[in-house]
Design a protein around this ligand. Sequence first.
Ligand code: ATP
Ligand code: MG
Length: 226
Amino acid sequence: MLHKVKSKIYKKRRGSILIQNKIYTIIGHKGYGKTTLTEKLAILTDKPTIILDPRFQYEENIRRLVFTSVSKFHKFITKRDNYKLFMKHKLELVVNTIDEAEELAETIFKMKNITFVIDEIDMFFDTRTDKKSYFNKLVQYGRHNRIDIITTSRRPANISRNLTALTDIFIFSRLREPNDKKYIKALLDSSYAEMIADLNKFEFLRIEDEKKEIIKTTEKDLQILS
Ligand SMILES: Nc1ncnc2c1ncn2[C@@H]1O[C@H](COP(=O)(O)OP(=O)(O)OP(=O)(O)O)[C@@H](O)[C@H]1O
Ligand SMILES: [Mg+2]
């Protein structure tokens, strides 16, 4: 399957960044390449992937199926043969929903060894989300079921503290708004805020523990992902 071939290409070139059972929090401005980077990271986790996509950013392709509701997704995934296909070929299943996000999180919480991408996470899960919600449970206990979680958001201020506290890898694209800078200073420190303000388009600051590095997506990534 094409997806497998693509995974191999990425792994060969960038084997060192294959990291599993982690929470990635990607924060950055509109149009600065978050979704593209997310697509790439999802492949690098090398797992079947479910994508909660409220803004229709993930198009169907050879390795990806799109469902316009959680019930349609359920109908598919509860058929044994489909589930096997999903796991075996490491497919990507995209679900377009806002209202049923918590139901989707409940289903994902029962699954194992997958990647869960949540695009624009502050649309579902923010500072006010119930502690008992499945989003919170996933963030807290997902790693026990070997679930990687990749989230994106445009504005940091609304992101759940529970999510940021449990994030393993932060990835920022350029942020220059005073409020965003203030947030980064409080979350990390002021030197990070300056580095993040200086990033170019499609460039990101990746922070994992004490380690920080600039990463980029390229035209070549776009070709592989298309
Ligand atoms: N490395 C790159 N080089 C050239 N073009 C890119 C690169 N990364 C992304 N793009 C293009 O830039 C546009 C915006 O990228 P993308 O959708 O990933 O950004 P985003 O941060 O998710 O935006 P939004 O906040 O609107 O969701 C897309 O048309 C995408 O194809
Ligand atoms: Mg996007």
